[in-house]
Design a protein around this ligand. Structure first.
Ligand SMILES: [Zn+2]
Length: 295
């Protein structure tokens, strides 16, 4: 893993501690190679800020969620999924890099055992302690979610980084419900929730063509990664870590480190919806990047 990242970006530009890399945990799902034969657009990736390309034709992302379409929370043994009624176009996104609207199916998170890692994507090799994924499918072109999963333009996933800071009031409603889905395969009703409360205020995003980060790993995802993280507090991350990978009656295994390792960028370009001063001033003002990393 450490050699891999060195080849990606070099440690000089990495903000993580190389020592911690050797201890970066790998979920059992990823301990033996699991690949898509000939895969060329796998996820997650490291987003190298200076290599992303500003695309002035990228539109603002438009989000329109109906809180009443929220159905339930399900511990699936890898994360917890907040699932929505996707039988009609009541909770949708469009704009951004998308050619038509996409319907919200579910959202979930990935997180670490400690705050030093947990996100799937990284920015300039920096991990965040957690990452939110809002999964949408192209119901204009495909009749079912299952069919959309198999197609290159089938899915659109919004990724939002979580950083340690103030308690997130919108997230707390969800956190309060988590003890009821502690064990694998438990489901509870969760009637009304508006996930747009989990969206950062800044409209800036990166976008690239990628894949699901859990099996079947199909290369069907238009990724939209928000530049600005949202803040959550330590107690809220700890509530995630109290969940279990295991069913009731099994030896308890904490649900932590449920992220896929980074995948090679290969022949892909990450586009940004925003102009990067970092790019223009990288040589002259090395401090500029730190400025921009602040929300
Ligand atoms: Zn995910």
């Amino acid at each position: 893993m450490s050699d891999y990242c060195t080849s990606l970006c070099g440690f000089e530009s990495c903000s993580w501690n190389p020592d911690s890399l050797h201890h970066l945990p790998v979920h059992p799902l990823w301990q033996s190679p699991l690949t898509i034969p000939g895969g060329t657009r796998q996820s997650p990736i490291n987003i190298q800020w200076r290599d992303s390309v500003y695309d002035p034709f990228l539109k603002p992302l438009k989000i329109s969620y109906d809180p009443a379409t929220c159905l339930h929370i399900w511990n699936n043994g890898y994360s917890f999924l907040v699932e929505f009624d996707d039988s009609t176009d009541r909770s949708i996104i469009d704009g951004g890099p998308l050619e038509n609207q996409y319907r919200l199916k579910q959202f979930h998170f990935h997180w670490g055992a400690i705050n030093d890692w947990g996100s799937e994507h990284t920015v300039d090799c920096k991990f965040y302690p957690a990452e939110l994924h809002l999964v949408h499918w192209n119901a204009v072109v495909y009749p079912t979610f299952e069919e959309a999963v198999m197609e290159g333009d089938g899915l659109a996933v919004i990724g939002v980084f979580l950083k340690l800071g103030a308690r997130h009031e919108g997230l707390q409603t969800l956190v309060d419900a988590l003890p009821a889905v502690k064990h694998k395969d438990t489901v509870i009703e969760f009637d009304v929730f508006d996930p747009s409360c989990l969206m950062p205020s800044c409209p800036d995003y990166w976008t690239y063509a990628g894949s699901l980060t859990t099996p079947p790993l199909t290369e069907s995802v238009t990724w939209i990664i928000k530049k600005q993280p949202i803040e959550v507090d330590e107690d809220q991350l700890e509530a995630f870590r109290m969940l279990l990978f295991t069913s009731d009656g099994e030896e308890e295994k904490r649900m932590v480190d449920n992220f896929r390792p980074l995948q090679p960028l290969m022949n892909r370009t990450v586009r940004s919806s925003f102009q990067s001063r970092h790019l223009l001033n990288a040589e002259e003002q090395p401090k500029d990047h730190a400025e921009q990393m602040r929300p």
